[in-house]
Write a protein that binds this ligand. Sequence first.
Ligand code: SF4
Length: 435
Amino acid sequence: MTFDPQSVRIDGVYEQRQPGNFMLRIKVPAGIISTEQALRVAETADRFAGGSIHLTTRGSIELHWLKQEDLAPAWRMLASVGLTTRGACGGAVRGVVCAVPGDAGYGTAQFLARRFLTHFTNNPRFEGLPKKFKIGVFTGYGDGRHLIQDLSVVLREGDDGDQRYDVWVAGGLGREPHSSFLLEEGIAGDRLLPLAEAIITIYRELVPKPKRLKHLVRERGREEFVGLVRERVAVIPSLALGEGLATPLTPTPAEGAAERLTAGIFAGELSTKGVAALAEIARQYAGGYMVVTSRQDILFCLDAGVRRDDAVRALSAAGFGNGSREERVTLRVCPGNHECKMGLAPTRDVARALIGALGEAGEDLSWSISGCPNSCSHPQLADVGIVTVKSVKDEAGERHPLFDLYRRYGTEGFGVVVRAGIGYDELLEAVREIE
Ligand code: SF4
């Protein structure tokens, strides 16, 4: 029987640009992975993925270069340490992203992100969606990530001092960026899952493939959309979050006060040797957990009593001294045409050239490069964003990418295009001039 790559998308599989090679994406709730899980990921990547992994801007982990026959054994190895790939691709609720470690409320956000992920993963009611459905849990509005999720939950304190939540919906980037809007303000925790269920089932019933939720809001208007959601959620009983121990996985000695340490990873590309070294550092200094950040770095929340200098030395000895520009600069990079079918540019090559070109002031800015208009690295949320918009042939038949350059000033809304359709040399020239 012929193998249809579409049929396994739901299990986190995409066919790569190179026929016969596959990417397997692992959902990591809130980006938090244990030492044991990371070591198993490294072992799996050594066996099937050429000895490297890719960290995504949603805190997921991708293994590339798997063959069809590798998919099931790799999946089994990951499942043995409680990692799932279910719903990491295709029409499903994707990995749930989370606030930054150290923010006040981070412990609650972690718990909630895990709760959402387990509630919506591997549940047939919430699979078979028209396209992806992205959820994020945040402790504030600083980095703007709430604007680009299909559903965002933002923690806030209620008037009575209790925990309350703002809910934003229908955000997304891609070819038609759409900023999310505030659907509910200050609701109680037991209304969160019913509200999410109502929105996802409406999405499944009313939106044609392969459109996102934002399409429904555009078509019907906000008022009608809000009416539909309120009508649906009214018949869904409250669902307690069932807090139980509700213990954060990472050390958070006093809320917001945990010491943090970051290993800068260029473009989210990490060797399995590097993964193993970082996993051991997590075991020794960070309570046995590390966090894949939205910047595609690895972050440690240090145990109480750990001397920061000791952890820094260990990190440096493992080859993560944050000494090079590639490690230091805040830069998000998608796989581009190195591996992705949709890619129009070799994003990692562009990123290296960019790092070489930027001036001193540029080092303090955040950067992002996407290999096509899908904008997976969220260029519209970086200080400087680069989107590959098309690829054109020259007279000799060679293809060249063209880019849009975005600037975002402040923390409101999306960045805007300041240079459109420029070639590679013009792009580097523009990067050199950025202050
Ligand atoms: S932005 Fe485009 S090229 Fe980059 S990972 Fe997403 S789909 Fe692929």
